[in-house]
Ligand binder design. Sequence first.
Ligand code: 2RA
Length: 335
Amino acid sequence: GGFRVAIVGATGAVGQEIMKILLERKFPIADLKLLASARSEGKKLKFGDEELTVSEAKPSSFSGVEIAFFAGGAVSKELVPEAVARGAVAIDNSSTFRLEPEVPLVVPEVNPEDLEKHRGIISNPNCSTIIFVVALKPLHDAARVKRAVVTTMQAVSGAGKEAIDELLVQTRQVLAGESAVPRVFPHQIAFNLIPHIDVFFENGYSREEMKLLLETRKILHDEEIRITATTVRVPVLRSHSESVNIETERKLTSEEARVILKEAPGIVVQDDVDNCQYPMPLFTSDRDEVYVGRIRDDISHEKALNFWIVADQLRKGAATNAVQIAEALSKRNLL
Ligand code: 2RA
């Protein structure tokens, strides 16, 4: 038994994580095709006790494929429709189709029912959106969130393998008293913070900041919710962190919110400041849950709360969510 699976972008940070998660979660695979750009043709990658050879991703690569994971990037625009035309269901981590009306944008703990209406493509939300909506959804259901103010601190892994290497190399350069040369980011990232992820629009917001607003509205099916975001690149390797303030329709105390979050799917509450217990990237990396802490009433507003979210960007922020979508599709006989 098992599915005939393809991974496009298998050699990148997210593609490698998808392979790891498929094994870890024992997703049933009859055949796995590793696809990437021409320059990766012939590369050998380990998959459990097998060694698989990467081939160049082309339209013909998808013949016979049932599930095609797209790790992200511009290649999705051309190849996702080719995969679907050949009968595959495409789970796409790129932003290409996320806001298309007929494409479900899904976090399985939040809006699994949206999978029912897929027509071949399911989009994985942006990493900072995924971890945000996992924590927001239970509070939104309980007290209706009217507005959220979010500041993210995003690990370099969000910008891929080269970015991870860049942070490590620059850190060594600085410690060795050499000048750190920025290549992936607009400035040196080691020992720095860069409030600039993706391109800026006329309204002064970056595409990353607008994704949080537009994707959250689609996932929660709530076009009223107001969100203003600031997304920042920080010298952390794997996990994204988010400082959140929400204003709710019905007053929600921090005690009530803590109980709700403790019971919500995919969330671990780490909130005991007297014992220095709160979510931190060093702790959450290589885990799948969304960690929430620093839950407290907003002393400046009678119907608002602050909390702090941290989760592994490569796992729940990308690969784990994509594999969970495949599991949910299989369980609902939607493949
Ligand atoms: C980033 N969210 O962090 C984007 C893509 N993963 O760079």
